[in-house]
Design a protein around this ligand. Sequence first.
Ligand code: TRP
Ligand code: SF4
Length: 407
Amino acid sequence: MPSATVQTAGERVLSGMRPTGRLHLGHYHGVLRNWVRLQHEHQCFFFVADWHALTTHYEDTAGLGGHVWDMVIDWLAAGVDPGAATIFVQSRVPEHAELHLLLSMITPLGWLERVPSYKDQQAQLADRNLDTYGFLGYPLLQAADILIYRAGLVPVGEDQVAHVELTREVARRFNHLYGREPGFEEKAEAAIAKMGKKQARLYRDLRRRYQERGDEEALEVARALLEEQQNLTVGDRERLYGYLEGGWRVILPEPEALLTPTPKVPGLDGRKMSKSYGNTVALRDPPDEVARKIRTMPTDPARVRRSDPGDPAKCPVWEWHRVYSDEATRAWVQEGCRSAGIGCVECKGRIIDAVLAELEPLQARAREYEEDPEIVRRIVAEGCEAAREVARETMQEVRQAMGLAYR
Ligand code: TRP
Ligand code: SF4
């Protein structure tokens, strides 16, 4: 588990999703609602990891483009706001590939082989040959995605935490190897002097608190302070980041995984909602189909007849009430189910109403984008440009640090 640290609004958020096509309620409650919230609290970058899709599905790429646009439409429908967040596509920012290549030079094979998802996924997707260079490099490409934006926070699911850990290790190694420079301390002190008296005193004070007492909060505040400095060069900022903790520049800061405890909707059958189980409600399913899917959900098997009492704990419909219903409705379900006072049809009716009400504004937004796909293209093109600007700046630093900026 990532350590609990104070989060500062100055930290940039980055997250990505592989293009799987249309999204479902599991994505909405597990991921998208969280993105929508974060976009108002942080600078956010959300991207389609289309190269990552190729690491496992390199044989059949005909549907890739369709999946990308379908997914982006669902992001927008869910409320990801291109005015607040930068939305882009990985393969349109080729700098990710350059950073991936450069990081591959310093990444020991063992680090990649040890990532749990490597063997797990190979076993799970046994029908494909995943003995490829690209698949082994999956988490390193992810590290490049994160580090190229110098993101502080990476909202991901539990299964991705190991990838963020690897990202941290790679960043640390990079900084140790390439952040050392002669006269570091003098340069750092000169940079402090440029901050102005008051800020400089604050920085020194915070640095001391961290170094003498291991005060993590002081470290976070000091980093936020550096974020705000307008008159520091990128190099000086990297030095002052590094000076807080050690004797080298922090060219690629270490990100934190941001695990969000959102209530999850399970699939219609009670297992995890997933396309491969055929138990999803897609965000753009027509209302009558949504109703039909919920109506035919399995219930507590003990309730064969309407008069048989049931137990919500044994029923997937109850899990949906936990997400969708208020306290009063939940009490009504508990009581009515156990006493056979209500029928499953009624019980499901409440869920149908709630899900349809939730989906209605989403589907209205989706329709606007479906009717004018050019808007979606434009949003993504603009997002790619904005992302590239940040990525290019990082790459200049990286090339410089690695001795590649020679002439
Ligand atoms: N591997 C992630 C997933 O499968 C997708 C991803 C790619 C990602 N690059 C990323 C997530 C960078 C967060 C940050 O869900
Ligand atoms: Fe499930 Fe509701 Fe039927 Fe009880 S009444 S078994 S909770 S659908």
